[in-house]
Design a protein around this ligand. Sequence first.
Ligand code: NAP
Length: 205
Amino acid sequence: MKIAIVGVGNVGAALGARFSEAGHEVLFGVRATTDAYAARFGARVRPVSQAARDAEVVVLAVPGSVAVEAAGALGLREGQVLVDCTNPIRWSEGPVWAPPPEGSNASALAAAFPNVDVVKAFNQFGAETHADPAYGDRRADVFLASDSDEAKAKVSVLATSAGFEAVDAGKLRNAAVLENVAVLWIHLATVGGLGRAFVLARLSR
Ligand SMILES: NC(=O)c1ccc[n+]([C@@H]2O[C@H](COP(=O)([O-])OP(=O)(O)OC[C@H]3O[C@@H](n4cnc5c(N)ncnc54)[C@H](OP(=O)(O)O)[C@@H]3O)[C@@H](O)[C@H]2O)c1
């Protein structure tokens, strides 16, 4: 798949590396094409306005407070899949969910860009897991919420190819739930003292 990653910090860089290793064509969109980015990503760096041009899937991994603004600079096209990894979270003796009026960052993106299919995903664990989703013989679950089954299927294939376990979490309204899964993860990692080398797991029998 042709993938654009926008926001190339902890999450974006780790996911981009993971998707590249899985054989996908990845471009990294940055606000300023500095030497530092060129040294890290070589010829795959593009200005934000160009990174998403030919992408099937655009991964948004910017700070939660600028998600809509950052997506607005991408020139998103009809039918592209926008994967929202962001979390609208502030801090008050621990993480606090601080969603926009639309109900979640993903819903705000869907309202602002009705021509694309938004999938909430990859927001539920720390970036160390984006870099390496293996936990012994198990793989980290990635819960996916979207109103488009086709887009969810595409992101499931992408996640699976990169070593994650894709789990359908229902419609985009459940993005609010997934953003709160992130709140729980961050709480446990920080206030709860668990550190960052864990994921919340699904047990079946
Ligand atoms: N860190 C985690 O473990 C983790 C896990 C799951 C989800 N998340 C969520 O994922 C998102 C990214 O987290 P992160 O830790 O990767 O953040 P980060 O390391 O701070 O990286 C954010 C990136 O976004 C870029 N950026 C900021 N504003 C932008 C804009 N308007 N347009 C384009 N790019 C912009 C920054 O680029 P510049 O160099 O230009 O500033 C930077 O590369 C957040 O919403 C976070 O809540 C984080």
